[in-house]
Design a protein around this ligand. Structure first.
Ligand SMILES: Cc1cc2nc3c(=O)[nH]c(=O)nc-3n(C[C@H](O)[C@H](O)[C@H](O)COP(=O)(O)OP(=O)(O)OC[C@H]3O[C@@H](n4cnc5c(N)ncnc54)[C@H](O)[C@@H]3O)c2cc1C
Ligand SMILES: *[C@@H]1O[C@H](CO)[C@@H](O)[C@H](O)[C@H]1NC(C)=O
Ligand SMILES: *[C@@H]1O[C@H](CO)[C@@H](O)[C@H](O)[C@H]1NC(C)=O
Ligand SMILES: *[C@@H]1O[C@H](CO)[C@@H](O)[C@H](O)[C@H]1NC(C)=O
Ligand SMILES: *[C@@H]1O[C@H](CO)[C@@H](O)[C@H](O)[C@H]1NC(C)=O
Ligand SMILES: *[C@@H]1O[C@H](CO)[C@@H](O)[C@H](O)[C@H]1NC(C)=O
Length: 606
């Protein structure tokens, strides 16, 4: 008894000691936030690469409180474009996740009262060009209990590349690009055809450079998307259905930890870290400065055609036919993808459709446009696959209820020209976004009655404001590629990808952007949980979601984003980031912390 009591008090003591560790990350409001002269000293040790955050839209406010480097006119003209935010040290695509801290008056969510503050943006940014600078700054910040965030392009849909009272590592200037046809595999006897690339490049630059040497890589569909977070979260694109996800292409990475260690992660050195960054989530284990990625011979051509479905009449027969046709189309996709087709497109309801036809009895109709791509085939090869699909969809309606058309195929003479066609208009930014998504496989698309599939589709496309309608973005990015990746190179990528065919993203939540951001997001998230996540879990209980394009507030995020890999990832996270410097929303270990966007405080839960 006595012995037990002694043991108990010893463990209580060590417990108490553990809890004497700081409970919250240090903020500017705390007495131990480093004074200016310490920041200046840090700046000297990292070659003058430290930037004090100056929100770019400051020039739109009286007196330009932060002395912005850009005029308000320039900011206003560019704010809606992804590439602009990528070019700036502090700015992100979806500023609501940085508390809408300093918006130009033209931006969604702007109100005069919000004013211009650093707010949810980092306090300082390291404009790094060397690994040593990253290591020094991260170690310095971790020792001072300061939060660290990582920004590549700032594209993140959940603002994971920003955070209040943080120091940001901006990887933008890691621009190395070296193709190597003979890269020696660590620990093996063979070599691989690779690209050694800095993490600050975007896919546009890589696909362009690869083209000049007859190569291509698994990258994003959008040219402005970067490598850093995209790859570590999974990374899909036009070639993922063929070769697996971008995370499946990593042969080696250079990773700088929050403790300042400069590590190489490959099959031989730090293999657990390699496993984690192969899809186990961005911004969590360290900063990747360089990747070694597999390359592939460029396809000889890409052939593409688009299938369009819409109801003809405004009566309920047409409306029903549109949903039945949509369900029939979806259930046929896995077979088409097994023949080598990939693609992307969307289904629209309500005011998202053009021209907008007011719904009958408030029941929406659906219109679908889906582009299919195939490599190394002829237009007639493509049509021979798509014509039967078209006929099957058309057969879902009686005469005069449905039009289903197949556009004349386009042949692109190179992967680059195809990629350019996908990027014919600049990608946009700035809206308040809260999406919900799911990975769907044969079990969810083919093995259930078409009537059930149709009913799930109608439910998942509901909109918070009924007539506003919603979009269901369809990515044909799974299939054979992810499934055929060898076990030995599979990392922590959500195992749900291995059985998935379609990555479906659903919109329809209304975010009141002018309200206080934290409250606006919480309100929309509650609606999404009720009306979207619930439907997915009924429809696709055993799959998961693609964390880079998902609802970060989902109650089931651990299982949905990481599957059975979560616990092992948490061990790796604790090993490489013992100071918990790298927090991202719905990231591994994030449930041990509470980030209050309003105050900017990030505190451990007790
Ligand atoms: C216009 C647009 C198009 C998109 N297209 C696609 C697409 O085709 N396919 C697809 O899969 N996804 C796509 N996405 C989603 C994309 O995967 C995410 O936005 C992803 O977060 C982008 O990664 P990033 O590094 O460019 O962005 P960032 O916002 O800079 O970073 C995202 C996350 O990664 C972390 N991070 C960034 N760099 C590093 C690094 N070097 N080391 C460690 N952590 C890092 C950040 O901390 C953050 O948590 C698109 C998004 C947008 C806005
Ligand atoms: C860091 O040093 C450089 C070069 O001296 C200087 O231009 C920059 O303003 C400094 N940054 C900060 C935050 O003081
Ligand atoms: C902006 O510039 C003015 C005038 O040079 C200076 O007094 C002020 O301190 C600067 N403000 C910031 C935040 O750098
Ligand atoms: C970042 O550093 C690069 C390389 O030194 C420099 O060219 C660039 O102007 C810097 N960017 C900013 C915003 O300071
Ligand atoms: C490398 O080659 C040697 C000699 O042929 C062989 O014994 C060894 O198993 C090989 N190693 C690997 C990792 O394949
Ligand atoms: C359906 O309604 C729209 C909008 O009211 C109208 O423009 C269109 O002609 C109608 N279509 C048919 C086939 O009646």
């Amino acid at each position: 008894m006595l012995y037990d009591a002694i043991l108990f008090s010893i463990s209580a003591l060590s417990f108490a000691k553990a809890f004497r560790e700081p409970h919250c990350k240090t903020t500017l409001l705390d007495p131990n936030w480093p004074p200016e002269n310490e920041w200046n000293a840090l700046n000297k040790t990292i070659g003058g690469s430290l930037i004090k955050t100056r929100p770019v839209a400051s020039s739109c406010y009286g007196g330009d409180p932060f002395n912005s480097t850009h005029t308000c006119e320039e900011v206003t003209r560019n704010w809606g474009y992804s590439a602009y935010h990528a070019s700036l040290p502090e700015s992100i695509n979806y500023p609501i996740y940085a508390k809408n801290s300093c918006l130009p008056p033209s931006a969604p969510g702007y109100t005069a009262e919000k004013g211009c503050h650093v707010g949810g943006l980092p306090q300082y940014v390291v404009n790094a060009t060397t690994e040593q600078q990253v290591a020094t700054a991260m170690q310095w910040a971790s020792e001072r209990n300061i939060r660290i965030v990582v920004k590549g392009t700032g594209h993140d849909l959940n603002g994971r590349s920003s955070g209040a009272y943080s120091i940001s590592i901006w990887t933008h200037n890691f621009k190395k690009m070296e193709f190597n046809t003979d890269w020696r595999l660590p620990g093996g006897n063979g070599t691989a055809d690779v690209l050694v690339t800095g993490s600050g490049i975007n896919w546009g630059a890589i696909i362009r450079a690869a083209h000049t040497v007859g190569k291509t890589l698994v990258g994003g569909q959008d040219q402005t998307v970067g490598l850093g977070g995209y790859i570590q979260g999974g990374g899909h694109g036009p070639l993922s259905g063929r070769y697996g996800l971008a995370a499946d292409q990593i042969l080696q990475a250079k990773v700088i930890t929050s403790q300042g260690d400069m590590l190489v992660a490959n099959e031989v050195q730090n293999p657990d870290l390699l496993w984690a960054i192969r899809g186990g989530g961005p911004g969590l284990y360290g900063v990747v400065t360089e990747y070694v990625l597999k390359t592939y011979p460029s396809p000889e051509n890409v052939v593409s055609s688009t299938l369009k479905l819409s109801p003809i009449g405004n009566n309920s027969e047409s409306l029903d036919a549109s949903w039945d046709g949509f369900a029939a189309l979806l259930s046929g996709l896995p077979d088409l993808m097994d023949y080598g087709l990939t693609g992307s497109g969307s289904a629209l309801t309500g005011k998202m459709t053009k021209p907008y036809v007011p719904s009958l009895n408030l029941r929406p109709r659906v219109e679908v446009s889906l582009s299919f791509f195939g490599c190394n085939m002829t237009p007639s090869d493509l049509l021979s696959l798509l014509e039967p699909a078209r006929a099957r969809v058309l057969a879902q309606g009686t005469k005069g209820t449905l039009t289903v058309s197949l556009l004349k195929p386009t042949t692109f003479p190179s992967f680059l020209s195809f990629f350019d066609s996908l990027n014919s208009s600049p990608s946009t930014a700035g809206q308040a976004s809260l999406i919900s998504s799911r990975l769907l496989g044969r079990a969810e698309l083919c093995d259930i009655p078409q009537s059930s599939l149709r009913s799930y589709l109608e439910r998942i496309m509901r909109s918070q404001v009924e007539d506003d309608g919603s979009t269901l973005i369809l990515g044909l990015q799974g299939g054979l590629g992810p499934r055929q990746v060898e076990d030995s190179i599979r990392g922590a990528l959500n195992p749900a990808w291995r059985r998935a065919y379609v990555h479906a993203i659903s919109t329809g939540a209304s975010v009141d952007a002018t309200a206080a951001p934290q409250d606006a997001l919480a309100a929309a998230a509650a609606w999404v949980e009720q009306h979207k996540e619930r439907v997915w879990h009924e429809w696709a209980p055993d799959t998961g979601a693609y964390m880079n394009e998902a609802n970060c507030f989902s109650a089931n995020w651990k299982q949905d984003f990481y599957g059975g890999n979560y616990d092992r990832l948490l061990e790796i996270k604790k090993k490489y980031d013992p100071s918990g410097s790298l927090f991202v929303v719905s990231g591994v270990g994030s449930d041990l912390w509470e980030y209050d966007m309003t105050s900017g405080r990030l505190c451990q839960k007790v």
